[in-house]
Design a protein around this ligand. Structure first.
Ligand code: MLC
Ligand code: AMP
Length: 504
């Protein structure tokens, strides 16, 4: 009788009076209080008729209560499906429908928009606001603060995280208990997390980085988190002195370096800064060391695989690289056409295999077969190279993807909307370098006939269906798109042409 994920991360802390979460207003939440809340939520899920294996879609603000919903899902055997709070109702509708969610949890401010979304799929709807209040809390507050943990095996699904595709709609990556646990155990050991650690947590909790990497490791180690609602520079600087570790996307580090209050003294006591989710420029790595005397530890992961590689804790953390394959993870560089492993030093597709690699895409066997080989290797879509010392370098992407501030944006999704706009013959969406977000979105439109497209109307229209972070920061009109002899749009030529658009 067991539930490996719940027992290992959460259950073992039952009754502990030790602080788990420090909140921005100075309040703290003990492990015992957190688990009591999670048990009540697990009770509420069961009362609402959710059974093991059902999906719970949540689009709610980051809060201790939101994290307790994740714990509740683990305890009740429900599959946790967190969604970016920036998604529009149109975007959420797809995830709810595709996942067959039984319950949707949203903020009161989006309740009206979510009523038809939930109704269309026969899902129940409840609210949870940023302060934890709402109909879900009301339903849970009378219930017992203990809950009989549902039996699960390591192979059972723990979470769905949606990831977009280069050609079509988003795919639900099915993550098992073993995927999450094995990665947390490996990373805790590699990065030396203990119960003495206090992690400054400023990431969102709807993605792998903030939810699994940061929270699962802290839970496993029995440490504490300073749980900020989001990345706010003033708050990060104010709370840094109480932390021992921090995890962030590169934008966190460039923003810290852009602030004079971020000094060597402020960072001197820190044990570890981790960066990932997007390339950390070697220049940022070097500047960080010059400012603080500390080297950021860069690692590489993705939604489907959790973390794959890491620079060493001891030993050289090499700028511009993502280190070595983690223990238990196999990594090879292959020829994109043949799938053959390439000789050391050559550039090719990064493939990974290990207990961290997901089970497949929800109800998309063809997509799964395209990316996950029968022998267990996952084709990441990232292009890499292994240097003579074994460090993995990510040198590009074989997938048409833009990463802005750590959020993935798939050009195809935006192009489809732009192409449908009046007076637009076709479009190309590209990522160009951006000083704050690393990359940002630029759209190039080709007019259809003589009338110029109405750019303001286009912007207004796409904002109805696309999350704000996906909106093109610039729309450029061109008479035609550059094409190669096969007729394929040459995005590289466009990226080269507009690479200095946002140069600082
Ligand atoms: C916010 N905005 C963004 C954006 N975030 N635009 C582009 N890209 C982003 N990432 C928009 C806002 O809507 C706003 O629009 C404007 O930019 C300014 O907002 P801001 O206040 O400056 O943004 P902020 O709230 O500070 O957010 C920036 C950020 C945040 C970088 C702190 O995006 C963030 O926390 N990113 C982390 C993402 C993450 O966790 N990724 C992990 C994925 S897991 P306007 O116009 O309305 O003002 C993964 C696997 C792995 O990749 O390896 O980890
Ligand atoms: P996601 O699908 O949101 O999980 O994003 C995963 C992608 O982020 C990977 O396939 C990489 O392209 C990118 N990524 C993650 N970590 C790094 C890193 N350290 N350096 C470069 N790219 C990274």
């Amino acid at each position: 009788m067991s539930n490996p994920l719940f027992d290992t991360l959460f259950g073992k802390h039952a009754g502990k009076s030790q602080v788990f979460l420090h909140l921005v207003d100075g309040q703290t939440i003990s492990y015992a209080a957190f688990l009591g809340m999670a048990a009540q939520y697990a009770g509420a899920l069961t009362k609402m008729g959710l059974t093991p294996g059902d999906r719970l879609a949540v689009q709610i603000a980051k809060s201790p209560q939101a994290l307790a919903v994740y714990a509740a899902c683990a305890q009740a055997g429900v599959v946790f499906l967190p969604l970016n709070t920036a998604y529009t109702a149109d975007e959420v509708a797809y995830f709810v429908e595709n996942s067959g969610a039984r319950l949707v949890l949203c903020d009161q401010s989006s309740h009206a928009a979510m009523v038809p979304v939930a109704a269309a799929c026969g899902a129940a709807l409840a609210t949870m606001n940023a302060d934890g209040s709402g109909s879900f809390h009301d339903m849970a507050s009378d219930l017992a603060d203990s809950f009989e943990t549902v039996d699960r095996t390591e192979d059972d699904l723990a979470a769905f995280l949606y990831t977009s595709g280069t050609t079509g709609r988003s795919k639900g990556a099915m993550l098992t208990q073993a995927n999450l646990l094995s990665n947390a155990q490996t990373l805790m050991a590699e990065w030396r997390f203990t119960q003495d650690d206090v992690l400054l947590h400023a990431l969102p909790i709807f993605h792998t980085h903030g939810l699994f990497v940061a929270s699962n490791i802290t839970l496993l180690a029995g440490g504490q988190m300073i749980f900020l609602p989001s990345f706010n520079l003033d708050q990060v600087i104010a709370h840094l002195p109480k932390a021992t570790t921090m995890m962030g996307v590169p934008t966190f580090y460039t923003r810290l370096l852009g602030d004079d209050r971020f000094t060597k003294d402020l960072a001197a006591h820190m044990r570890l800064f981790v960066s990932g989710s997007a390339p950390l420029l070697a220049e940022t790595h070097v500047k960080f060391e010059q400012r603080t005397g500390l080297r950021i530890l860069e690692r590489y992961g993705m939604t489907e695989t959790n973390m794959n590689t890491s620079n060493p804790y001891d030993g050289e953390r090499r700028a511009g690289t993502v280190g070595f394959a983690l223990p238990g993870v196999e990594l090879k560089i292959t020829d994109s056409q043949t799938g053959e492993t390439l000789p050391q030093g050559e550039i090719g597709e990064i493939e990974v295999r290990g207990p961290n690699v997901f089970k497949g895409y929800w109800q998309m066997p063809e997509k799964t077969a395209e990316e996950l080989r029968a022998d267990g290797f996952f084709i990441t879509g990232d292009l890499g190279q292994i240097d003579q010392d074994g460090y993995v370098h990510i040198v590009g992407r074989n997938k048409d993807l833009i990463i802005s501030g750590g959020y993935n944006i798939y050009p195809k999704e935006i192009e489809l909307l732009l192409d449908a706009e009046p007076n637009v013959q076709e479009s190309a969406v590209i990522g160009v370098p951006h000083p704050d977000f690393g990359e940002t979105v630029v759209a190039i439109l080709v007019p259809d006939g003589d009338s110029a497209p109405d750019l303001d109307a286009i912007k207004a229209n796409i904002s109805k269906s696309l999350a704000r972070f996906k909106h093109p920061q610039r729309i450029i009109v061109m008479p035609e798109l550059p094409r190669n002899t096969m007729g394929k749009v040459q995005k590289k030529a466009l990226r080269d042409q507009y690479k200095d658009l946002f140069a600082s």
